[in-house]
Design a protein around this ligand. Sequence first.
Ligand code: GLN
Length: 544
Amino acid sequence: MPSSTKYIFVTGGVTSSLGKGIIAASLAKLLQARGYSVTIQKLDPYINVDPGTLNPYEHGECFVTDDGAETDLDLGHYERFLNVSTSQANNVTTGRIYQYVINQEREGAYLGKTVQVIPHITDEIKRRIKLLGNTGNYDIVITEIGGTVGDIESLPYVEAVRQLKWEPNFDCIVLHLTLVPYLATSGELKTKPTQHSVKALLESGVQPDILALRTEYKLTDGVKEKVALFCNIEPKAVIQAIDAETIYDVPNLMREEELDKVVLNKLSLPYKDEPTLTAWNEVLNRIKNPKHKVAIGLIGKYIELKDSYKSIAEAIIHAGASNETEVDIKWIHSESITGDNVEEILSKLDGILVAPGFGERGIEGKISTIKYARENKVPFFGICLGMQGAVIEFARNVLGYAKAHSTEMEPNTPDPVIYLMEEQRSITEKGGTMRLGAYPCSVEKNSNAFDSYNKEEISERHRHRYEFNNKYKEEFEKAGMKATGINPNNDLVEIVELENHPWFVSVQFHPEYKSTVINPHPLFVNFIKASMLIKEQKMHPASN
Ligand code: GLN
């Protein structure tokens, strides 16, 4: 068991979207490869208790952990890089902090005292930061602070870091990520925004220990030395974070910069093993040197912001690498598809994935898509709402229930083939009340799902309120849509598949959350494989 956990805080300056999550995950990867047990935590300064109630346009995908936490999409990066699960404790928001402190106040925990940002809110932030370390499971905890230094809402977090830096027996360092923009007019990389950003941190009493500088162009030693001088940092702790071809390159780039060694020196920890990243680099090599190419349509209604489908897009990349193929994802707006144009839009695709979602908008486009995939035998993968759409489409067009629907979209449908789960009926609050997290599923042996998993008992993560209506199950099965995955405890249908179709698998759960670089998800792997096969058959019809 690790004796005392060390902490690395990752802050950001100059602009948002610099990729703190990727830098944090890459550093964690290197430390893990050296033999340290590492976890990453994200602190988000917004007042929502969790991102579950946010529209994906606001903040991208909501990532779900095994223990049912609805979290920031950075946790997805952490899991994909580290290949270890995160939990409720890995994502904390200002809303959660305040909710806890206010509940404590009502219970009388601070009787007689004025409850204030300092010390009460900062104490609660510090308690949450230490929770993961206190489990005794980790040598190092990396805590990423969301937002940009200087934001009003992140001040209490920076203040908590300042206090922790002075706390006896609390070993921590601060890595600050900034931007060094290139000015084309003068042909120069500019360090002033970084200097100002560090100044803003210093005003809050925090001296960063390491600076990582995002840049489009290679930084000269001169630039690094200048930053080091103005920001009170030793030159070798100024790290270049250059734009990468893929995010999965970043651990190697950070290794070249010796970020892991700088960190270990500052934490007084030994280097241990050299981080070879062999398995990781094999995957990376396959991503960069594909032998084949397939076109997969991703049909969703939030595609204007691709981060809305982050885990799906990454799972597709992992599965592509596993099949040594490049996957050209065609992002298609479900609202743009109608019964009339469906063929024109989808005919060039080798495989079709219908994404999760909520509400009425775009649902008919998804159903037209599914009909096309079913009738034209295009490999099809439906996820959550995508699975529910497959059930609705089959009910309408094969079973003849023209008005079949989900009661989410049409509460008065005469044929509610998808309806509200029993346990959801009395729930009125929206936050954190869906069916969330990991549940078991028994997989039928004679199925594409079993061929993929090679296991009869699986566990997958969920995020939904509606389910397959078992009243119709027999009829579906007789007509060729089989339930090949069932929750053994409550009989909920988890997977449906079509007979007489090369690969038509739809799942009520979210397999994308469990795909990692080292362990690509088997359903994604086989979906891509089936799509490659169809492409091959289209190109060489005579040989079949
Ligand atoms: N809206 C559907 C439900 O709540 C599907 C949810 C999803 O796709 N994540 O059941």
